[in-house]
Ligand binder design. Structure first.
Ligand code: PMV
Length: 313
């Protein structure tokens, strides 16, 4: 009875959330935290659903797993999972879960799977969780690299280009209050952009340019430039009605602590996660923890120091 293990990394969107839904590029990278799935040989393909979930969540999870299992010809495996990611914070927990399950199912099916094969199975689950997601979450999780991602409408996954960094790109990730589901925030923005299409498209286009400029800044090792792009991106997300007093307050707190740039990440809305770019993350993590905020740090790209931990409490 050998155990199969699959890890799905959480993700942060460094630049370009929301406009990515409309076909513009986004820059996103993997977190050291994520979802670990374990598979035991069984006579039936099934997912162990955590007790704590609501009936509605159980239903969605069952349907999502059903699609992934069908895509892998229902191998005989019983899958359970656990996570160290904060949930419903815009850190890609559903994408990470999809990738973790896809890895175990593909192993159980005896298939040698590339990152793309994993992403394709994970995509089946993501559609059940999110309706019409851009695909940036599960693609980043499956690739486990900083990528410039662009969706291809109607296709299984978008196009992604790996962005290499000569310098460590280190972030502090802070939780800034509860938020509504991504579907709700994305849906409300869709209504506004339908009504005032030209104005919203102008902003989406500008955010797309920022994502590309941010990728260039990363490749040049210009972290000051990357930080500035993040600041401008936050301002445009606020202009689109996607920030809140709690998110704005956290952005300013991080900048006051010396962040090169700070912005909300993910869907935003009432709350969620905020990211700050730092040369050295430790003092900010220490100070925010002292102030009672839930936070951790993670390196998204670039050379890693020998013995350095990728995530901290
Ligand atoms: O669910 P979140 O908070 O990780 O948001 C995903 C990013 C969006 O661009 C808002 C939606 C999407 O499908 O890309």
């Amino acid at each position: 009875n050998n155990t199969l293990v699959g890890f799905g990394a959480g993700k942060v969107i460094l630049l370009g959330e929301h406009s990515v839904v409309y076909g513009y590029p986004a820059l996103a990278g993997p977190l050291s935290r994520g979802v670990t799935a374990r598979g035991e040989t069984s006579n039936k393909c099934q997912l162990v659903i955590p007790e704590a979930l609501t009936p509605e969540q159980r239903k969605v999870l069952k349907a999502a797993f059903g699609r992934a299992m069908a895509a892998c010809d229902e191998p005989g495996v019983r899958v359970s999972f656990n996570t160290d990611l904060p949930l419903s914070m815009g850190l890609g927990s559903s994408g990470a879960l999809s990738v973790a399950c896809a890895r175990v199912l593909l192993q159980a099916a005896g298939r040698k799977a590339s990152a793309m094969d994993v992403a394709n199975v994970a995509w089946e689950m993501e559609q059940e969780f999110h309706g019409t997601p851009s695909g940036v979450d599960h693609t980043t999780s499956a690739m486990e690299q900083l990528i410039l991602y662009r969706r291809k409408p109607g296709a299984e996954s978008g196009r992604s280009k790996v962005v290499e960094s000569p310098k460590p790109v280190r972030l502090v990730v802070v939780m800034a209050g509860a938020r509504s589901p991504t579907k709700t925030t994305v849906g409300a923005l869709r209504e506004r952009q339908k009504r005032w299409s030209e104005r919203y498209q102008r902003v989406f286009r500008e955010i797309g340019l920022l994502a590309s400029e941010g990728a260039e800044a990363v490749e040049e090792g210009d972290l000051e430039a990357l930080g500035d792009v993040m600041n401008v991106n936050h301002g445009l997300l606020a202009a689109l009605g996607l920030s809140s007093p709690g998110l704005d307050d956290m952005v300013h707190r991080l900048r006051n602590m010396g962040a090169l740039g700070a912005k909300l990440t993910g869907a935003g809305g009432d709350g969620g996660a905020v990211i700050g770019l730092f040369h050295d993350t430790a003092p900010a993590v220490h100070e925010l923890t002292r102030q009672g905020f839930r936070c951790f740090d993670s390196q998204l790209a670039g050379p890693r120091e020998e013995g350095a931990t990728r995530g901290a409490a």
